[in-house]
Every structure is written in structure tokens, then in C-alpha cells.
Design a protein around this ligand. Structure first.
Ligand SMILES: [Zn+2]
Length: 203
């Protein structure tokens, strides 16, 4: 029994008096939910001019608002932290992975690096490199670098990219070529990326 609360509350369904502790209404069988009990305590204490204990008498909609607000504030904070992390190059997260003093050519390559280089190698294997089109965000057929290029298992700097390129063939027709290309980043080489070139699936 909650001190300073009602001993009898109205049933949510039929309105008849029900024991505060009853799990269900003895008249109509309607369950007495925790929310309904809390609501009755809130109203009872409000009616008697007693302080409202938020832990017991907060209506469900207030709890929902509070939780939603907390979740919203938390996710907002996470977004803010993520954007701060991106904007500041010398942040704590990047310091964990690599020393700030490491020259850029010694840093690990990304899927974007591999994809940019893969496109260069693929163009070399085309009849008309200037007509090459790898898609774009704006045309709606964007090839995402981290989906197209995967770092080979057991190798830190060899990548395999599997994508497509639209380009003119020997007959001047713009056709789509699917390709696979493996390329390796060589840290101590003057020519930093090496590849045997693309394998075209459509030829
Ligand atoms: Zn009832």
C-alpha cells in the first residue's frame, strides 16, 4: 500500500470502486494496470493537496516524454561528438589509431584511396578512357567505395575492387563493363600503387 494514496480506485472500464491492490476489477474483470494505479495516486494526491511524488505518480505520457527527451538529447550529443571528431584532425580517436607525426604516405589506405586508384587503372584498360563513367551521387547510380573495394584478408594494403564502368567500346557505343581489379599500395615505392590491371567480365 502506498502511504498517502487511495485504498479504493475507480475501475478504468466500468468506473466501480476497486481495491488499489487488486490485479483486476472484481465487477467486470478489466485489469488494473500500473499506469492506471499511478494515475489514480496522482489524482488522489492532487485532490488532497499533497506533494506529487514523481517516481510513483508520474503519468505514463510524462514518462514517455521524459524518455524521448533523454534519448533525443543523447543522440544529439552523439551526433555533435561525431561531428567534432571529424572536424578536428588531432582528436583523441585518431590519436589512438596513429601518431599525428606519421607522414601521409605511411598512413593506412582507405577504400576511397583504393577506389580512386582502381578507376585510374581501369581507364588505362579502356579503348576510350575519356568516355569512362563510374557513376556519381548525382546520377543516382553511385558506387560506394567501401562496398566496391575490400581490403584482402591477411594483407593490410592489397585491395580488390569489383565495380563497373560505362565507356565507349571499339564501335563507339557506350556500354557497361563489369570489372575486378586487385591493387596493392607500396609504401616505399615511388609509384605508390601497383596493379596488373582490370579483368573485364563483359569482354
Ligand atoms: Zn470494472
Amino acid at each position: 500500500m502506498i502511504p498517502g494514496g487511495p485504498t479504493l480506485i475507480p475501475c478504468e472500464a466500468c468506473g466501480q470502486q476497486v481495491s488499489f491492490q487488486a490485479p483486476a476489477c472484481p465487477h467486470c474483470g478489466h485489469p488494473v494496470t500500473p499506469w492506471w494505479r499511478g494515475r489514480q495516486v496522482f489524482l488522489w494526491r492532487q485532490h488532497h493537496g499533497l506533494p506529487i511524488s514523481t517516481s510513483r505518480a508520474m503519468p505514463a505520457w510524462q514518462i514517455v516524454l521524459l524518455v524521448t527527451g533523454c534519448v533525443g538529447a543523447f543522440s544529439g550529443l552523439m551526433v555533435l561528438m561525431a561531428s567534432l571528431d571529424k572536424s578536428s584532425s588531432g582528436s583523441s580517436r585518431s590519436q589512438e589509431r596513429e601518431e599525428p607525426t606519421v607522414p601521409s604516405h605511411l598512413k593506412p589506405r582507405t577504400a576511397i584511396d583504393a577506389w580512386v586508384m582502381a578507376q585510374t587503372f581501369v581507364k588505362r584498360g579502356l579503348k576510350a578512357p575519356s568516355t569512362a563513367d563510374f557513376g556519381s551521387v548525382f546520377s543516382g547510380d553511385h558506387q560506394k567505395p567501401d562496398e566496391v573495394c575490400k581490403r584482402n584478408a591477411g594483407s593490410d594494403e592489397t585491395w580488390t575492387c569489383s565495380g563497373w564502368v560505362d565507356a565507349q567500346n571499339a564501335f563507339g557505343a557506350q556500354v557497361r563493363n563489369h570489372f575486378v581489379i586487385t591493387l596493392t599500395y607500396q609504401r616505399d615505392s615511388a609509384e605508390t600503387w601497383r596493379s596488373d590491371g582490370p579483368i573485364f567480365a563483359d569482354q
